[in-house]
Design a protein around this ligand. Structure first.
Ligand code: GLY
Length: 346
């Protein structure tokens, strides 16, 4: 394998190896098949059945609705039935729900087994599979229970994207635009010039883009794995985004797109940021929504339970400029008023 296809990140408790643009079958070089269990969802399993031949496999139902404790219990039951022990290696093959459940189960099964990921969606490739945070939702509260524990490896087989539905491509580009907005002004300009169909057709451009985004996220996580400082910037668009995602049953990409627009407008009130229009235009260009009528009171009720709330303030991720984010504490009462005025003004 050429060097450029392989990357390594040393995190606090683990070195994670990233294998870019290799085939699913490469898994056999990384783990002992007889001691490994793959966790996937029914969509991925149906779409790529042949690839799972000969692998111990647990299939969960697809969708965010299943990122809950009941699914974790069912996976643990199946691992026990299979005779999985502390030497069992768990591999999550799927999108963000699968990687979250796999990483979380691996953290708690027999007090922790090794795990790796093979992300199958754009969103999982650039975001969900990277960073070690893996958990589940409880009621309306997203990712409210979970662990931070890094995988042994991430394996990127881009051929799996062939069966990815259009709306999932769009979903993933929300996180790509987020990375550019908070960390990489040059990438933002590239995204402004290009369009989704270019990345869908041009594999070289896509591989470069995914790798660049994996590096942006991994660099941030490596510097601040347990989110005391810079890692919080990755939450750009996610504060309001998570609230509207569950309240109004939006996809993650749609929700954080709305969240990024609102965070940009709030930035204009707290920093010198003046480029909300560029953010909106880029999101629109990649098929993401930039406007919605939400009930500020309902949203505020969910925000009060957000992990980023500290006493009476919310640590909100704002932009100083495109490519540069900043975290500012905003008093909850002020946030309440700001949300009301944003809704009224639009
Ligand atoms: N699993 C996503 C993250 O750690 O940010």
């Amino acid at each position: 394998m050429s060097v450029s296809k392989k990357l390594q990140y040393k995190f606090s408790g683990k070195t994670t190896t990233y294998y870019f643009d290799v085939e699913f079958a490469y898994l056999e070089k990384l783990v002992d098949k007889s001691q490994a269990v793959i966790l996937t969802d029914d969509n991925v399993f149906r779409g790529h059945q042949k690839k799972f031949k000969g692998w111990n496999t647990i299939v969960i139902p697809a969708g965010e609705a299943f990122k809950v404790q009941d699914t974790v219990n069912s996976v643990v039951d199946q691992l026990l039935t299979m005779g999985a022990d502390r030497k069992t290696f768990l591999i999550g093959v799927g999108g963000g729900v699968v990687t979250d459940i796999a990483g979380y189960v691996a953290a708690i099964y027999m007090r922790g087994i090794s795990f790796g990921f093979l992300p199958t969606s754009i969103l999982a490739m650039v975001d969900a599979s990277i960073g070690g945070k893996n958990g589940i939702d409880v009621g309306l509260y997203k990712n409210i229970v979970g662990t931070i524990r890094q995988p042994e490896f991430l394996l990127y087989d881009f051929s799996l994207l062939k069966s990815l539905p259009d709306e999932e491509w769009v979903n993933g580009f929300a996180e790509i635009i987020k990375h550019a907005a908070i960390k990489d002004a040059a990438l933002f300009r590239e995204l402004e010039k290009n369009k989704l169909s270019v990345y869908k057709k041009d594999k070289t451009a896509l591989v470069k883009l995914i790798r660049r985004n994996a590096v942006i996220k991994s660099d941030v996580v490596q510097k601040d794995e347990f989110e005391h400082a810079d890692r919080r910037m990755l939450n750009f668009g996610h504060t309001l985004g998570h609230a509207v995602e569950n309240l109004y049953k939006l996809s993650h990409g749609q929700a954080i797109s709305i969240g990024m627009v609102v965070a940009s407008l709030i930035s204009e009130a707290y920093t010198d940021f003046k480029d909300t229009d560029r953010i909106i235009d880029a999101l629109k260009k990649y098929g993401l929504p930039t406007q919605m009528d939400f009930n500020a009171k309902e949203v505020m009720n969910v925000l009060r339970m957000d992990k980023k709330k500290v006493r009476d303030s919310m640590n909100y991720v704002l932009l100083n400029k495109v490519g540069q984010a900043v975290v500012k504490p905003i008093p909850i009462a002020e946030l309440d008023k700001l949300l009301q005025s944003i809704i009224t003004a639009r």
